[in-house]
Design a protein around this ligand. Structure first.
Ligand code: F2R
Ligand code: MG
Ligand code: MG
Length: 305
């Protein structure tokens, strides 16, 4: 499997999870039969804010492949412009206000701290879009650093930034691990714990390890780990969905969807991880063909790989 194929798998995995989860976002739990029916349907797979902002970040990185890597001021402006162009993609309430401030010229350092007593958002919006960072990071540490820099332009809260770092490094590990060898849960989580050091995240890593070893079902896992729009309440369930089904992207996405709650985002993150490990060829082709942004994502994967 080539690096191109895995880069494409990572980006298409985001869009696949996002678009399959979009009609399910907010559902308490989801029946597997409904997911299978949707996979087999012919509906066009329209994405939401998760993929829209992933495209923005991927383009930003592709344009700076050989130079600076990431420019926070420009990136903040590009995110806000994407929201202005398509505000109907299902954005969060607070990030919408951040984008409005950015579009009136307020610097991101100030705009992001306007909310929640200066702490800023702990939503999963920075994590849901961060996967392309794994394609340019030189190491887990470098990937975490870049992820935090990409996060802080909209999500100032520590959990928002840690969520982005956690998911980006998980994507880096999925992308660079050998898919011919079984994925080992404990070393994978230990690698994440080295770059995301705060106690609440370490507690989640411990829960993930227990649930993975017990083969927990998605309902139970969602109750233990959370399935909401916060970074701490969604990134862990996406990780478990992947660790439970490391070699089967369709199964990882289904597991994430069955957990309900923030289904589009949790499935987008699980899809990125499984797609990165197994490549685009392993994704369900009858769904990939229906993805709204398939061509743009494939082209960006080629530039970033
Ligand atoms: N927003 C949604 N879905 C809502 C329904 C959309 C509807 N279907 C439609 O079509 O209109 N989905 C998207 O939002 C999530 C990503 O959120 P993001 O980008 O982090 O947004 P935000 O606004 O910053 O945070 C989300 C909410 O979390 C609460 N919150 C955040 N920080 C907080 C804090 N420090 N204290 C208390 N609460 C905090 C707020 O309620 C925020 O509005 C993804 O699911 C994406 O798909
Ligand atoms: Mg969404
Ligand atoms: Mg969502």
């Amino acid at each position: 499997m080539t690096r191109d194929d895995r880069a494409e798998g990572l980006l298409l995995g985001v869009a696949l999870g996002d678009a399959l989860g979009a009609p399910l976002e907010g559902a308490p739990q989801v029946a597997e039969a409904d997911i299978l029916a949707d996979e087999r349907s012919t509906r066009r797979l329209v994405h939401t804010d998760d993929t829209a902002l992933t495209l923005v970040l991927a383009r930003h990185l592709a344009q700076r492949r050989d130079t600076t890597g990431l420019e926070e001021d420009v990136l903040a402006h590009e995110f806000a412009q994407a929201w202005s162009a398509e505000p109907w993609r299902g954005y969060g309430a607070t990030v919408t206000q951040v984008f409005q401030l950015l579009n009136t010229g307020v610097p991101w350092q100030q705009a992001t701290r306007t909310f929640f007593d200066g702490e800023g958002s702990f939503g999963n919006g920075a994590a849901m879009r961060v996967a392309p960072i794994a394609l340019v990071g030189a190491s887990p540490h470098d990937t975490a650093e870049l992820a935090r820099r990409s996060a802080v332009v909209t999500h100032a809260h520590q959990h928002g930034k840690d969520g982005a770092a956690c998911h980006a490094v998980a994507a880096y590990l999925a992308l660079t691990g050998d898919p011919a060898r079984p994925l080992e849960v404990t070393p994978f989580l230990q690698n994440l714990a080295r770059v995301v050091r705060s106690r609440p995240w370490h507690e989640k890593f411990d829960r993930i390890a227990e649930l993975a070893h017990r083969g927990a079902d998605p309902d139970h896992a969602a109750r233990v780990l959370g399935n909401d729009v916060s970074a701490l309440g969604s990134v862990p369930l996406a990780l478990l969905a992947f660790l439970h089904n490391p070699d089967d992207p369709a199964a990882a996405i289904r597991y994430a969807l069955r957990g309900g709650g923030d289904a589009d985002t949790i499935a987008a993150m699980a899809g990125a991880l499984a797609g990165a490990r197994n490549g685009a060829g392993s994704l369900p082709q009858q769904c990939v063909r229906r993805l709204e942004a398939r061509q743009a994502l494939t082209e960006l994967a080629g530039r970033l790989a």
